[in-house]
Design a protein around this ligand. Structure first.
Ligand code: ZN
Ligand code: MN
Length: 440
């Protein structure tokens, strides 16, 4: 038989709440000026320190659950997950075991539906930094990240290819960015991907093992790691053996996965309810409050706008990420449409110049101004441009002379002068060829 890949994903995302999950410390691990400054007894794991739960983080977890069509647990709690590691000095992570905030959701992909098993809320660990100091290998610990709210999204093993795994992760990223509850910066570790991969080798029977691939920090690497793992396991199965149940890391330099450790069983973690934190009850009233912050369904909204502004969904998606940015974009579009600006042309231009709404976050006026500047380029017609080119040639005899003598770089200077006079963003090559033509 052909081996069928069975893939489930576990994705961790750091929420961007102002404060940490169980204390009042600042939640800003990536841009902290120094290590270990956003700390207190609670997030340092000192004995006797008491945690209290961050309400916003709970609301955002539920919000994501709603966006993914999940059921919500009206009665939920936090549990201790025990393990020993230097980045977790209190000996356990506060997480959720049998009563996650959300369960039974769904993400649609081109290759089929992927069910979401659960979304739970937990705390991030401190960060280990491996360094050489005075010729010695040392490990430093930065607690700025310790206790940052972390959501874990677990899918059912409904994914059957590396491309589907990638699409699933990308869609989740898109939805979380749209809800504006996390930055999902993959490079910094704000979103971390794990894939559980195994191959079905007996018809109608789930495989007896699974391999967890960790340390994946880009969508491309996810695709590659899963691809590699499928080939590796296939080779083992073909010899009649079964791959080991284990955790493997992924090396992007070598493009291989490598064995890290035998996979723990849930029992090894000695889960039990955290006695320091009361259970969480989500009332109907509270849920209704949270629902007010749920924007229109992502796909539905973008499709509708693409139709309205006669553009492609994929193009619109290049211009915004969050719900707020899309709101700004809509406002700007509708005001420009009233002024008779061709939106199709404008959208093209924005994409070509790689201008995203979030590049000018400041204020609506500033954005409108920026858009006007850009649209003024549209009104700079060929005659005006030629006039400017002609002037520049007349005013810069030396550069023109140099160019004629074969000094190719002189053209850069002339193009620069045209740019300056036009006070608009123009295409370099188009202007350069126009100047050459005029000189000839
Ligand atoms: Zn703290
Ligand atoms: Mn976790």
């Amino acid at each position: 038989m052909r081996y069928q890949p069975i893939i489930g994903m576990e994705i961790h995302v750091e929420l961007k709440t102002k404060s940490k999950m169980f204390c009042g410390c600042v939640n800003n691990p990536f841009y902290a000026p120094k290590p270990n400054i956003y700390t207190c007894p609670t997030c340092l794991g000192l004995p006797g320190a008491l945690p209290f739960a961050n309400k916003k983080a709970i609301e955002w977890t539920v919000l994501l659950g709603l966006a993914l069509g999940c059921q919500i647990n009206f009665f939920s709690k936090f549990d201790r997950k025990h393990y020993f590691y230097p980045d977790l000095p209190k000996g356990y992570q506060i997480s959720q075991y049998d009563l996650p905030f959300c369960y039974n959701g769904l993400i649609e992909t081109k290759e089929g539906k992927v069910r979401i098993r659960r979304i739970h809320l937990e705390e991030d660990t401190a960060k280990l930094i491996h360094q050489k100091i005075n010729g010695e290998d040392v490990t430093l610990i930065d607690f700025n990240r310790s206790g940052v709210p972390l959501i874990e999204i677990v899918s059912e093993p409904d994914i059957h290819s590396s491309t589907q795994a990638k699409e699933f992760a990308k869609k989740l990223h898109q939805i979380i960015r749209y809800l504006d509850i996390a930055d999902c910066d993959m490079e910094k570790g704000g979103m971390r991907l794990e894939a559980n991969v195994s191959l079905q080798y007996e018809e109608g029977k789930l495989p007896s093992y699974k391999v967890e691939v960790k340390n994946i920090n880009s969508f491309r690497f996810l695709e590659k790691a899963v691809e590699y793992e499928i080939k590796r396991q296939e080779a083992i199965l073909k010899t009649g053996k079964t791959p080991h149940q284990e955790t493997r890391g992924y090396s992007s330099e070598k493009n291989i996965t490598y064995s890290q450790r035998k996979k723990e069983e849930a029992a090894d973690y000695r889960y039990f309810p955290d006695p320091d934190l009361p259970p969480i009850r989500i009332s109907n009233e509270w849920l209704e409050e949270i629902k007010k912050n749920l924007p229109e369904d992502y796909d539905q909204r973008v499709n509708r706008l693409a139709e309205k502004y006669q553009t492609k969904k994929e193009w619109l998606e290049l211009l915004f990420e969050t719900d707020d940015e899309l709101k700004i974009l809509e406002e700007v579009f509708s005001s420009l449409k009233k002024k008779g600006v061709s939106l199709a042309k404008l959208i093209n231009l924005l994409i070509n110049k790689k201008i995203k709404v979030n590049l000018f976050k400041d204020s609506l006026e500033k954005i409108v101004l920026e858009f006007k500047k850009i649209t003024s380029v549209l009104s700079l017609n060929q005659t005006d441009l030629e006039k400017i080119v002609f002037e520049v040639i007349k005013e810069n005899e030396k550069a023109v002379y140099d160019f004629k003598k074969g000094k190719k770089e002189a053209i850069n200077f002339l193009v620069g002068m045209v740019f300056k006079k036009a006070k608009a963003k123009l295409d370099f090559h188009q202007v350069a060829s126009l100047i050459k033509k005029k000189i000839e």
